[in-house]
Design a protein around this ligand. Structure first.
Ligand SMILES: [Cu+2]
Length: 124
């Protein structure tokens, strides 16, 4: 009887080990599919992370510091709606808009903060 019991325990152990071995194997194909589909969007995000565009209203132009004050809407992925001054990449941009202008703009997130690289009136 002892021999049979030992045999039965061995069979149970073998069965448990087989299950333990099979679980990772059956799960891994679906896990690989999930990881590849999740990797694609994050790779795209890093490529476009430095340039942002938004819309707003010019509240003032300060040529002494080369800044344009813009009350802007949410800039998705960068900052919420607010009024703030932006430095310009090119001083010529300071003459392109004035207080009260509705504008659309493009900015670059640099090591020194956001810099306007393009601004244009959206309404006369
Ligand atoms: Cu802002």
């Amino acid at each position: 009887m002892k021999g049979i019991t030992a045999c039965a325990i061995q069979l149970i152990l073998v069965a448990v080990f087989h299950q333990a071995c099979r679980r990772p194997q059956t799960k891994s194909p679906s896990a690989q599919v999930q990881s590849t589909t999740q990797a694609a969007p994050s790779a795209q995000a890093t490529d476009t992370a430095k340039i942002f565009s938004g819309d707003g209203v010019v509240e003032g132009v300060d040529k002494s510091v080369d800044q344009i004050q813009i009350n802007h809407g949410e800039i998705k992925g960068y900052m919420p709606a607010m009024s703030m001054p932006y430095r310009v990449k090119d001083k010529a941009m300071l003459d392109m808009v004035k207080a009260g202008d509705k504008v659309s703009f493009t900015l670059e997130d640099t090591a020194k903060g956001a810099v306007l690289i393009e601004i244009k009136k959206t309404a006369p």
